[in-house]
Design a protein around this ligand. Structure first.
Ligand code: FMN
Length: 342
């Protein structure tokens, strides 16, 4: 039904408008318990073989929703009905920010891909906390956090992550540090280990002050070379980072079926969806081999169905996330993946 009816309608609108309409429609069903139960029943795929124990958390299955869909943490319960065991909200910054000028989200249907330069538009951490308080999560909630675009000095950047981390600590189950978004000036430089340790060490110190342990993962870019990646992985294994999210969107435009003139017209942004899959798969495989499986990996990038999901898990991912696949394939993609993994 999604591909035949809902998607053609949504694709008549600009991608950002379609996204906002979908999120609003999902939220409009809040409070209708029968509707909630029905959707959960339709999309449910429960099996002991799907369960994963990781970071001290119990995931009912290995499939989550990647950052970028529920930017403000206001729709995670409605989204979790489709079978996701965890939802990554955000990325959230300490202060609200508009993101980049529109248009900033583009579909490449021939490639089942998307290019975005959203620029981490979000309503800020305080608003997300209000949302979470009003809607106790029915799934594992992961907060992706980032710096505000306006924070440029090194000390401000560290303060931003500390602020977002400490404010959200009591409200979510785990954290991802977004240091790999290609759409915020200078953000990817934080992957340089000299910066990364200045940023992450204070968060690890802060965590010790809390009674409960919340896992911290780092989301890396698929565009890193092996030397850069090795440095990050060595740091992660020594420092006590719990895992890696591999990975974010790519700035590469290789192998696209879409006309080069169209791609050129779109301009800057991170590419996601089907053409990203091989790159993400290689990233996951490399991290798994380099770390000898000691660092849990959340595999994300180009997972559009069961085949890619299986390959990601076989390459060493402990969990997987979907983003663009949800836009092109619709909510049943989760069920299809879980059915094939069962
Ligand atoms: C519109 C859009 C917005 C995104 N926003 C974020 C974000 O705020 N933070 C983040 O870490 N990743 C963000 N991402 C990246 C996704 O979480 C994911 O890593 C990437 O899209 C690759 O997965 P996919 O091929 O399944 O989409 C965004 C992706 C898209 C398409």
């Amino acid at each position: 039904m999604y591909k035949r009816l809902i998607r053609p309608i949504l694709f008549c609108f600009s991608p950002e408008k379609a996204h906002n309409m979908t999120m609003r429609a999902l939220r409009a069903t809040r409070g209708f318990r029968l509707c909630d139960k029905l959707i959960r029943l339709v999309f449910r795929r429960k099996s002991p073989s799907l369960r994963r124990s990781l970071f001290g958390l119990e995931f009912k299955n290995p499939v989550g929703l990647a950052a970028g869909i529920d930017k403000n943490g206001d729709t995670y319960n409605e989204l979790s009905r489709f079978g996701f065991s965890f939802i990554e909200i955000g990325s959230l910054t300490p202060e609200p920010q508009e993101g980049n000028p529109k248009p900033r989200l583009f579909r490449l249907p021939k490639d089942r891909a998307v290019i975005n330069r959203m620029g981490i538009n979000n309503k800020g951490v305080a608003k997300a906390i209000d949302n979470i308080k009003a809607n106790p999560p029915k799934c594992i909630l992961c907060a992706s956090i980032a710096k505000n675009t306006s924070s440029a000095a090194d000390s401000d950047v560290v303060e931003d992550y500390k602020k977002a981390f400490s404010h959200l600590y009591d409200f979510v189950d785990m954290f991802t540090l977004n240091v790999s978004c290609p759409n915020v000036e200078g953000l990817r430089n934080l992957q340089d280990v000299s910066y990364l340790s200045d940023l992450v060490d204070p968060l690890l110190d802060l965590r010790v002050c809390y009674d409960t342990y919340k896992p911290i993962l780092i989301k890396v870019s698929p565009d890193l070379d092996h030397d850069e990646l090795n440095e990050i992985l060595n740091y992660c294994m020594l420092s006590g980072i719990d895992g890696i999210v591999a990975g974010n969107t790519t700035i590469s435009r290789g192998g696209l079926k879409t006309k080069p003139s169209k791609v050129q017209r779109i301009g800057k942004g991170g590419l996601s969806g089907s053409p990203l899959f091989n790159k993400s798969l290689e990233l996951v495989r490399y991290i798994h081999q380099y770390t000898k499986g000691r660092l849990p990996i959340v595999g994300v990038g180009g997972i559009m169905g069961p085949e890619e999901a299986k390959a990601m898990l076989e390459a060493g991912a402990s969990l997987i996330e979907i983003c663009t696949g949800f836009i092109y394939e619709g909510p049943s993609v989760v069920k299809r993946i879980l059915k094939s993994l069962k």
